[in-house]
Ligand binder design. Structure first.
Ligand code: NCD
Ligand code: ZN
Ligand code: ZN
Length: 347
């Protein structure tokens, strides 16, 4: 028996494409998506409209001919970001959003915000112009347990920032806890939340299953099972505030497999196959399209993509590589731990 479903082409509202040789290698793996919000945490980060425009050109040049992917650029908010540059970059159609990394919270975040009072004028200007703020929501205080950093961020930072700038549109990026789900639900249509593929699949045990498994280490780190179940319930609910941001974050194995390995899971190649299985397992295949193709576009004030993809369930698993090559390096593809019977086909 062959099952098949047709969806509006999905969008990826949180994607790391990197630059240089890595960009050349990974861009082709996101071409099943329509729009993708491109993360600005390059080294050095993308902080001005001019840099975002140049980066967009490099991405477009790296995409195969005819690829559907339309990069939606972001600026990396720093303590010294100029509100006028942000507003102008948005007005000129260069950027879709601005990204907030608390300094030191995650990979390549050293230039992030250290003092929220200093960025208040930028946030005010963004609220005025309707520019969304995408937030990596973790406190960096080493005294706070790593598994609590999202919940503490919501109380100490996110809620105060939203109260101080009431019209600011905010995306809680890659939520990992039931606290994140609950806070997202407490907002109006000014508040959205992305959920990654991998956080729907793994809990924190995966990182320490019989030994240290660096390919399951990402930030925010996966939490206990009850949180994963809360994320599954949110993603499969169909609620408009929850949408897909894969947070596909490729790193060479030489950077992951270290005494202090870096954070990130590379999920671009097999995300749609994994998600179809997740939604089928939760009897929610009819809500997959809302999560991958409708809700995010609506949050960003965009129409859904016109074209469609087909997912076909076959008796034999889809054949995804365990890793891809970037020059002499391997980049390991996220292993969901179950066979992927749903095959992605472009319409
Ligand atoms: N998610 C990750 O674990 N890593 C991301 C950064 C991020 O999104 O926080 C990366 O850039 O590698
Ligand atoms: Zn992040
Ligand atoms: Zn990310």
């Amino acid at each position: 028996m062959t099952d098949s479903i047709i969806l509006r082409r999905p969008d990826d509202w949180h994607l790391h494409l990197r630059d240089g040789a890595m960009l050349q290698a990974v861009a082709q793996h996101s071409t099943g998506f329509g729009r993708a919000i491109i993360m600005p945490n390059l080294v050095p980060p993308v902080v001005t409209g001019a840099q975002a425009a140049a980066y967009r050109d490099r991405i477009l040049a790296a995409l195969p001919e005819g690829a559907a992917l339309q990069p939606q650029m972001t600026l990396y908010l720093t303590d010294t970001t100029d509100p006028a540059d942000v507003v102008a970059a948005h007005r000129d159609g260069i950027i879709r959003a601005v990204k907030l990394y608390p300094a030191g919270a995650t990979t390549n975040s050293a230039s992030g915000v250290t003092d929220f009072d200093r960025v208040r004028p930028v946030l005010e200007a963004m609220a005025e112009a309707g520019i969304p703020l995408c937030v990596h929501g973790e406190v960096t205080d080493p005294a706070v347990d790593i598994f609590d950093r999202e919940a503490v961020f919501i109380d100490r930072v996110l809620d105060p920032v939203r109260r101080a700038t009431p019209r600011l549109r905010v995306v809680m990026e890659h939520i990992t806890t039931s606290d994140g789900v609950a806070y997202a639900r407490s907002g109006g249509d000014d508040l959205g939340a992305t959920i990654t593929t991998h956080h729907l699949v793994i809990n924190r045990n995966a990182i320490l299953a019989g030994g240290i498994r660096p390919h399951y280490y990402c930030l925010p780190v996966a939490k206990r099972e009850s949180h994963r179940l809360a994320l599954r319930e949110a993603a499969t609910s169909g609620e408009a505030r929850f949408f897909l941001g894969t947070d596909s974050a490729p790193h060479p194995d030489s950077a992951k497999l270290q005494p202090c390995g870096c954070a990130g899971c590379f999920t671009a190649p097999n995300t749609m196959s994994i998600l179809a299985q997740v939604f089928e397992d939760d009897s929610a295949l009819d809500r997959l399209e809302a999560f991958t193709s409708l809700n995010g576009a609506a949050f960003y004030g965009l129409p859904p993509n016109d074209d469609r993809i087909r997912l076909v369930k076959r008796d034999t698993p889809a054949d995804y590589p365990a890793s891809i090559n970037v020059g002499d390096e391997a980049v390991t593809v996220f292993d969901a731990g179950f066979p992927l019977f749903w095959h992605l086909e472009d319409q």
